[in-house]
Design a protein around this ligand. Structure first.
Ligand code: PXP
Length: 253
């Protein structure tokens, strides 16, 4: 039987639109409240080093005013660690961050940065923050997550999404298979497995149907779709597609 698949809504790009003009509108906190009302299971926000979308006061307000669990995406820096320890969000997802990138490109090299990550993972864990590592679906990276004692990994679905949208369906299927195999590998090793990046209505099904994946974090597509149909409806449609994919997979199992 399939476990429920949670849906975390990434509200970064509400802040992107706000920051394009300065000021307070549209407010990511209002988007988080709408997501809460639309049945989201969590809110995700990435406080980047350059504050290009989410700002420090957004995190403060989300912590104070949202009942849903907050997943703070953060780079493995001393500054971000101090911020995460101060707020104590439900979860922190450690992501790689390069200033010049448009969005998070590629997963964290956990295996190659054990010394840097070790104290960050343990200090967050001691503070009661559920630590997740955003990694490629790769055995070495999953093994590193286990060694580091991170309870959660989020598998990067960006490559799967890019290949499918470029029309390379065989490549996308091979990537989906790799994600499914590594989700099983990670879950067997005791990790809670999440996935995200690039997901939309067109490609959420094949990922949502992977039984070991417990949570999807989705942002850009939903915020874009909200321009046309509103945020509640865009979230509701994503949820419908996730439930449909999950129940079809359950029926086929
Ligand atoms: N998960 C992680 C770790 C991310 O960094 C992002 C993008 O900020 C997402 C999920 C959401 O990706 P998208 O905005 O493409 O849905």
């Amino acid at each position: 039987m399939n476990e429920k698949l949670r849906l975390g809504i990434n509200i970064d790009h509400v802040a992107t639109v706000r920051n394009a003009r300065g000021g307070d509108h549209p407010d990511p906190l209002r988007a988080a409240k709408i997501a809460e009302g639309a049945g989201a299971d969590g809110i995700t926000a990435h406080l980047r080093e350059d504050r290009r979308h989410i700002r420090d006061d957004d995190i403060t307000r989300l912590m104070e005013e949202i009942a849903l669990p907050l997943n703070l995406e953060m780079a493995a820096t001393d500054e971000m660690l101090a911020i995460a320890l101060r707020h104590g969000p439900h979860a922190a997802c450690i992501v790689p961050e390069r200033r010049e990138e448009r969005t998070t490109e590629g997963g964290l090299d956990a295996a190659g940065s054990m010394e840097r990550l070790g104290p960050i993972v343990s200090r967050l864990g001691e503070r009661g923050v559920r630590v997740s590592l955003f990694i490629e679906a790769d055995r070495r990276q999953l093994d590193a997550a286990v060694t580091l004692g991170a309870p959660v990994v989020e598998l990067h679905t960006g490559r799967f999404c890019d290949l499918g949208r470029e029309g390379d369906m065989a490549g996308a299927e091979a990537e989906r298979k790799r994600i499914a195999e590594m989700a099983l590998y990670g879950a067997s090793a005791g990790l809670e497995v999440h996935a995200g990046h690039g997901l939309g209505y067109d490609n959420v099904g094949p990922i949502a149907s992977i039984a070991q994946i417990r949570e999807l974090n989705i942002g850009h597509y939903l915020i874009g779709e909200a321009i046309f149909i509103g945020l509640s409806d865009s979230i509701a449609e994503m949820r419908r597609l996730m439930v449909e994919a999950r129940s079809k997979a359950g029926a086929a199992a």
